[in-house]
Design a protein around this ligand. Structure first.
Ligand code: NDP
Length: 296
């Protein structure tokens, strides 16, 4: 049976609508406009595209967008001084330093210099600790988007077997923490995992975050499982550049109960969740009730 397609593009639009509604209420009732600052160092083409898209969507939901574009040879001291200035700016509620940074800059140092309350990427060590101890935190955007889609599809995830393939700090590990928080039985697989096909076949929920085009074939997928494909891989096929995920969509969608496509699955949810995190950070900063359904 062909799987139900989980439409991340449509779902992201509903998240943005919720964010926009909340932003409008913040303005009307409290005279507050959430502000997101994005810092881009250098001219990495993919990062430039992301930053443009983030800025555009931030403005579309009614928030203030501030972009700081710094030269590729910006010193660490200058970058840290900018982060410090943004940390102390009451009009800025979210700060995102676009990764990857040029090699001469220490990413961990820079990320950990962002105020945890404004760390809308959820990468600060304090937010990582808060998430892993089940406390209120800022949650990394991509895993948050995956969780929202899973909750929307299943309602409760309690007791389900979830396998996350990939153990990166930005996707795999926080995804596993979120699934654990929703009472799944979680397995984290990685490049050293033995008999990966067998591990994946036991999953009711598969989250693939590997970065290898179409690595997970349909015959690894348990009949009826839900498949969330985080991978974004650019490959050449039939003489054209195409985007594919980490899952072989054609064969996996024959066995899965539900599956996210690439493009149009997890991708659009990531920026939508960045906007959600910014409005959440703004509410917390002002001691106001958080928007429902936009946090973990
Ligand atoms: P990383 O490269 O940081 O991590 C990849 C993970 O996959 C590692 O843990 C690695 O294991 C594991 N892995 C690699 N090869 C294998 C293998 N053969 N079998 C099992 N596991 C393997 O990637 P990210 O987490 O940053 O990103 C993963 C994918 O998600 C990429 O395609 C990226 O483009 C995409 N992405 C999409 C986003 C979106 O908005 N949709 C956002 C962020 C990422 P080990 O640790 O052992 O090396």
């Amino acid at each position: 049976m062909a799987a139900q397609i989980i439409d991340g593009k449509a779902f992201a639009a509903t998240v943005r609508e919720k964010v926009a509604g909340h932003v409008a209420r913040l303005k009307e009732e409290h005279n507050i406009t959430p502000g997101l600052a994005v810092v881009l160092v250098g001219e990495d083409p993919a990062s430039q595209v992301y930053v443009r898209s983030k800025g555009k969507q931030t403005v579309e939901v009614g928030m203030n967008s501030v972009e700081h574009k710094l030269d590729v040879d910006t010193s660490e001291a200058d970058l840290l001084a900018l982060v410090d200035q943004l940390n102390n700016d009451p009009a800025i509620h979210g700060i995102l330093v676009q990764l990857p940074l040029p090699k001469h800059l220490d990413e961990d140092l820079v990320i950990n210099s962002i105020s945890p309350a404004k760390d809308v990427d959820g990468f600060h060590i304090s937010n990582v600790g808060l998430l892993s101890t089940g406390q209120k935190s800022m949650v990394p955007c991509t895993p948050l988007g995956c969780l929202m889609m899973l909750r929307d599809h299943h309602g409760s995830l309690s007791g389900m077997n979830a396998v996350v393939v990939g153990r990166s700090n930005i996707v795999g590990k926080p995804m596993a923490q979120l699934l654990l928080g929703d009472s799944c039985t979680v397995t984290i697989a990685h490049s050293r995992t033995k008999d990966l096909p067998d591990v994946v076949r036991r999953a009711d929920i598969v989250v693939a975050a590997v970065g290898r085009p179409e690595m997970v074939p349909g015959d690894w997928i348990k009949e009826g499982a839900t498949v969330i494909d985080v991978g974004i891989n650019r490959i050449e096929r039939d003489g054209k550049n195409v985007l594919v995920g980490d899952v072989d969509f054609a064969s996996a969608s024959e066995r899965a109960g539900a599956i996210t496509p690439v493009p149009g699955g997890v991708g659009p949810m990531t920026i939508a969740c960045l906007l959600a995190n910014t409005v959440t950070a703004c509410c917390r900063a002002n001691g106001l009730a958080e928007p429902e359904g936009l946090t973990a």
